[in-house]
Ligand binder design. Structure first.
Ligand code: DC
Length: 222
């Protein structure tokens, strides 16, 4: 049987990545983190001194980017032009600039093409902002994860602390709010729940409960 296409969208720190990774692992599916792709592009732009407003140069970078995502033992590794950039793409500089880079329509078209080529054969869990609305509108199951902003900021803070980065809660709250605003107000493919996506509020759910909820929905579709 052809593997399904599972689309998981939602704002930053809604539980998307953790849930998508675990669901992919349990199903033996490919995990595709489209945010990591935009982050890798942003890292390259930063390195080459390309301004976030320069759509032409960003398009050139997006087309020529040699990007490999590998998912082993529950860990996503990102290689750009042969060099591992898994850590670098999560840096605060990249987080600050990625929403600016990713709002250009022509840049998105190139990235969406790449995402479709990876996922179109199925057997994939794809996470992002526009997967159910734009990248795979024909997905077999669309999930939209959301959580209370305070809870999302707390999760992000914990994640950063585990990496040795200390950042106060109010800083996380305002940085998430700024990113949410840019992602959901951009003209081209904004962050939005697809009409046929199932909303799961993860504020009071454990990771295991989130994963179970998604797996149960998949069982219903398989
Ligand atoms: O999921 P993330 O926080 O790593 O994503 C980083 C940024 O990339 C996010 O702020 C907006 C952008 N993005 C996007 O525009 N479309 C996607 N499908 C995924 C991410």
């Amino acid at each position: 049987m052809k593997g399904l296409i599972i689309a998981i969208d939602g704002p930053s720190a809604s539980g998307k990545s953790t849930t998508a990774k675990l669901v992919a692992e349990r199903l033996g599916y490919t995990y595709l983190d489209t945010g990591a792709m935009y982050r890798a592009l942003t890292w390259k732009a930063l390195r080459q001194g390309v301004n976030g407003g320069n759509e032409d140069r960003l398009c050139q970078l997006a087309s020529s980017l040699q990007l490999t995502l590998s998912f082993e033992d529950g860990r996503l590794r990102v290689f750009m032009d042969g060099e591992e950039v898994s850590r670098e793409i999560r840096s605060p500089q990249v987080s600050q600039m990625v929403s600016i880079v990713s709002r250009h329509p022509r840049v998105r078209r190139i990235m969406v093409g790449r995402q479709r080529r990876i996922g179109e054969k199925g057997g994939v869990v794809v996470e992002g902002r526009d997967i159910g609305t734009v990248v795979f509108p024909q997905a077999d199951l669309k999930i939209y994860l959301d959580a209370d902003p305070q809870e999302r900021a707390r999760r992000r803070m914990k994640e950063l602390r585990a990496k040795g980065i200390n950042s106060p809660l109010d800083e996380q709250l305002s940085s998430l709010a700024a990113r949410d605003r840019l992602d959901s107000q951009r003209r081209d493919s904004p962050l939005r729940k697809a009409d046929d996506a199932i909303l799961i509020d993860t504020t009071h759910l454990s990771i295991e409960e989130e994963v179970r909820a998604v797996l149960d929905l998949i069982k219903g579709r398989g």
